[in-house]
Design a protein around this ligand. Structure first.
Ligand SMILES: Cc1cc2nc3c(=O)[nH]c(=O)nc-3n(C[C@H](O)[C@H](O)[C@H](O)COP(=O)(O)OP(=O)(O)OC[C@H]3O[C@@H](n4cnc5c(N)ncnc54)[C@H](O)[C@@H]3O)c2cc1C
Length: 284
């Protein structure tokens, strides 16, 4: 089996638990025959802010600068800043590779794994900057969600917290982790078309014993053995929505789900209880 995996990694310290989780992933995936590339954002001093400097050769409309439009155009015309181009190459390259799995030729798809400590219930600014700038060209209303630019690829979040799971439960003070993850997993990854694997969450590694940390890393290594055959988190497909009617759920879909106890997803909940664990478990 030969696959390309990109780990987008954001931690300031090589002695951190995040570094250990990243290193465990590199070792486990390499041992399986994968080619693993790491974008170490702090080491790269990756520029986080989306600005006019991301476009070479001058912007089209400096007076009314619109990043989404300009970055898309610059991408089409090959006028992106070098650091963005390099990261996009890592994403694009993999589409052309073929790999063999259980005797069947399958088009290889790169899997970006985002490894980070949770900051303000989200990703650190440097990683959000990577998403804004490297994925910026993929923010396209005509090609999004299940028709998104990266629809043949998979992605996942792998992160640490400084609190136990209960704090991010549906009665915990930080609120349900499934709600927390919705903007990242749906609003960014699913929007761009990625099939999203359930996140790898390391709950509060700083508080536990050395043994509990070792066992977290061991669990991660075990998961990585079968990651490529895991099912993805469920999102409503694009054709559930009516383009002519402001992308609202089509009446027939609403009817289909009318008698169900829960909504479709965390975001498309139809005024019903949220489906439990829908952002943290596959296929729920
Ligand atoms: C601005 C900001 C906002 C934040 N917002 C949130 C938030 O909203 N929600 C939240 O939950 N947290 C939040 N945090 C806390 C942050 O998420 C945690 O501090 C972070 O996730 C801990 O991960 P770490 O990799 O830095 O752990 P570390 O502190 O680096 O590591 C934890 C322990 O693991 C040990 N370790 C390192 N390597 C290994 C190894 N190979 N094997 C075994 N043990 C090892 C370390 O020595 C240490 O004892 C925030 C922090 C900041 C700065």
């Amino acid at each position: 089996m030969s696959k390309k995996v990109l780990i987008v990694y954001a931690h300031e310290s090589p002695a951190s638990f995040n570094a250990a989780a990243k290193d465990a992933a590199v070792a486990a995936l390499t041992a399986q025959g994968c080619t693993v590339e790491v974008s170490d954002l702090y080491a790269m001093k990756f520029k986080a802010a989306a600005t006019t400097e991301d476009i070479t050769g001058g912007v089209k409309d400096a007076e009314n600068f619109c990043y989404a439009k300009e970055i898309k155009l610059a991408s089409e015309e090959g006028r992106l800043a070098d650091d963005i181009k390099k990261e996009q190459e890592k994403l694009k390259e993999a589409d052309l590779v073929i790999f063999q799995l259980t005797g069947v030729n399958i088009k290889m798809t790169i899997k970006p794994v985002f490894q980070f400590p949770m900051y303000w219930s989200s990703v650190p600014a440097i990683m959000k900057g990577w998403m804004d700038r490297v994925l910026g060209f993929a923010y396209a209303q005509e090609k999004r969600y299940s028709e998104g630019i990266f629809k043949d690829k998979k992605a996942m979040l792998s992160f640490t917290t400084d609190c136990p799971e209960s704090v991010y439960s549906d009665t915990g003070i930080n609120g349900d982790i499934n709600v927390t993850l919705w903007p990242l997993q749906n609003g960014i990854l699913n929007y761009c078309g990625f099939q999203v694997f359930a996140p790898q969450i390391f709950w509060d590694p700083a508080t536990g014993s050395p043994e509990s940390r070792s066992s977290m890393l061991e669990g991660w290594r075990r998961r990585l053995q079968n990651l490529c055959v895991e099912a993805s988190v469920y999102f409503a497909p694009l054709d559930y929505f009516d383009k002519e009617k402001g992308f609202l759920l089509k009446p027939e879909v609403k009817e289909k789900y009318a008698s169900k106890e829960c909504g479709l997803t965390v975001g498309i909940h139809m005024g019903k209880p949220l489906p439990a664990n829908s952002q943290t478990k596959a296929g729920v």
